[in-house]
Design a protein around this ligand. Sequence first.
Ligand code: FMN
Length: 331
Amino acid sequence: MPFRSQNLLPREQMIELVRLATLAPSEHNTQPWKFSIHGNEVRIFPDFTRRLPIIDPDDHGLYIGLGCALENLLVAARNHGLEAHVEYFPTGEPDECLLVHLDRGKESRDADAFKAIPLRQTTRCSFGERDIPKGDLRRLEAANCFENIHFRLFTEPREILGVMEFVKEASRVQFRNPVFVEELLAWIRFNAKEVSDHQDGLAAPALGLSCTPRWLGKIIMKALATSEKKARMAEKLIRTSSELILFTVEKNDRHHWVDLGRSFERVALTATTLNIKMAHMNMPCEVPQVRRDLQKHLGMDEEQPLLLLRIGYGPDMPRSPRRPVQNVLVG
Ligand SMILES: Cc1cc2nc3c(=O)[nH]c(=O)nc-3n(C[C@H](O)[C@H](O)[C@H](O)COP(=O)(O)O)c2cc1C
């Protein structure tokens, strides 16, 4: 149904909503999005110049990132007292986009989620021993509000160690592949100058690494990133995590990937409000053969496992950079 606004919203307000959208997570922090603002409409476009052909050849990770950005925008809009109507990939548009129509509406604020937008982060360090209360786990589960997205929680050590073997196997496959390592290195920002030049990518401090010149960082990463060391590191990190969360989709298409991103972002914002940290252990979702083996292990048929995370309690980490909003606005 068309959604027509009588009231033009201030452009500064629209720009602020886009800024909050850009604080969303994205694979390798590629920030694979562009935005346009026309009247009360925001369009979110995929930026395929920022795709990751090796780790994400079908772009599902890219569309998950777009879904995360969309969800931030919607949470922020609600907190500004705005109503939103969203269209996924409308056919009348010249360019592929997610179209958000905004208008002044009923108050339906979600202040906790809104406050969590700038605080949420990916926390890659070891987590503490403390268990997450069952009530908080239920709140994370309830944050997934899409019927076509499944949220699976692994709490039993036997289940977690079972899934861990697939993480280790996929890590070995990935880090044995020099092209995978080159793609990863291309997105690592080894020092403050690289961060300030690019304002994207994986900043050394956010990875828990010291800053170095690029040539030295590459040597260290290559020494650390042998397949067996990476598998052992993944095992150590999972063993400090109290639970694993797996997001799966019923169908492997861009609509489901965006929904998964939205669902993941809602869960991540809820976790932030509960002071629960999360980090990705996606490797078995990224290597096709291992993904098939994981599906079989979990008794899945068509359902695709696409995002795996570990959760627990840990310290705040240095933040990842973002490009300024002016750099992602087009049109
Ligand atoms: C689809 C997707 C896949 C991701 N995969 C990984 C991953 O395999 N390993 C990892 O450490 N972080 C992963 N991340 C987290 C991003 O690297 C992170 O969001 C980005 O660096 C920005 O940092 P922030 O989340 O702290 O804002 C992923 C994020 C998304 C959305």
